[in-house]
Unconditional design. Structure first.
Lengths: 194, 194
DNA sequence: CGCGACGTTGATTTGCCTCAACGATTGTGG
DNA sequence: CCACAATCGTTGAGGCAAATCAACGTCGCG
């Protein structure tokens, strides 16, 4: 598996010397995940951060009525984890599953901490990553509070134009917070009214 | 103004030598904010991170219908900022206002970056802060997707027991995402059914 | 082929909102 | 120190966005 994508993602925010790149790459463990295969199950302690090289994963929960709710999608170039569980090392509530056959790179919590000590710039990298993710999540909270379902859908279309065509509708519905039935109706109105 | 609280908050995650404490404290600018006074207005570029020593602030937006939605409360010991604007240095969409007469400490973006260079441990501190905040925000998103208004209220009561009594009901309503009228009804049912 | 997952559409229900009126409390200027 | 306005919380009646339940067509896949 190629490390180009992840090195490129990292070096967007920090500079690494060649030996640092080598060290970093040596800590990454490649893994293939088949479509519909679970990468993490609720109740597990999340042991790593996952970088998606190819394919697409999703993080979701199942509520007490059996309905699924999507916290995040991770197409290629994105990181995904159960942050709560990863940080606290307590059993988490998230499931992480592949939506397509995917190639990922795993960075264990232990190795991530090693990285902070050996290459302090990674402290900065993951700070920036967390901050950007925080901003996106805050925006989503405000959208959920202030926008109608249709407005959230329109926004999703503009923010994640590539995902729209790649994902099953029910996954998008479970992300913006409506039932698949209502999503279908909404979408057909949307197409009519252009 | 006392720096005990903020030093304590920082040293919960990183260790500082005395001269580092001094340097850090020297970068902080005390400010008093009166109740109902705005600390940041939408359209502003957010120039600092704010640590609340005493009192309570809130970050909120006003939607196109004139309704307010609360992103976060910051009682004493908490940080607050328009993270989007602070990071990007673009005009933000948040208002930050004092709910009570408050004492805060300001750390300008410039000084924060200076801190990263002079005391690298602060890179770690703000990484941890961002990660914890991210976890809380992710949890809130999942709650908004999967819980009813009453369940969100119950959860708010257990997670922020002190805020319940300190805040006007309409502020809590604007946080959990219901109208003040519905919040009132919900609360009276809640009291009846224990 | 046949089964299960997905998307669509219809009929009905409901959680929460809207609008409006009214008391209680706070705060503010004369 | 009082009068008055403003803000807040409460309650009622009616409305709407989205959920629920159910039926049905389509497609991909074992």
């Amino acid at each position: 598996m190629s490390y180009d994508l992840i090195l490129q993602a990292v070096e967007k925010h920090i500079n690494l010397r060649e030996e640092e790149q080598k060290l970093f790459a040596s800590l990454l463990k490649p893994k293939e995940i088949r479509r519909k295969q679970f990468h993490l199950t609720e109740g597990d302690v999340c042991p790593w951060s996952t970088f998606v090289v190819q394919g697409c994963l999703r993080a979701f929960t199942t509520d007490k009525n059996g309905f699924e709710h999507v916290l995040s999608f991770a197409p290629s170039g994105w990181w995904i984890a159960d942050m709560y569980s990863l940080i606290s090392q307590q059993p988490g509530h998230l499931n992480i599953e592949a939506l397509e056959d995917s190639d990922v790179l795993l960075l264990s919590k232990k190795d991530q901490e090693k990285l902070y000590l050996e290459i302090p710039a990674f402290e900065r990298f993951f700070r920036i990553l967390a901050e950007n993710s925080l901003v996106a999540n805050q925006q989503r909270i405000m959208d959920n509070l202030s926008l109608t379902a249709e407005e959230r859908y329109r926004k999703f279309c503009t923010v994640y134009p590539t995902l729209i065509h790649a994902l099953p509708q029910k996954q998008i519905a479970a992300y913006i917070g409506v039932t698949p039935e209502f999503f279908s109706r909404m979408r057909s109105n949307f197409l009519k009214n252009n």
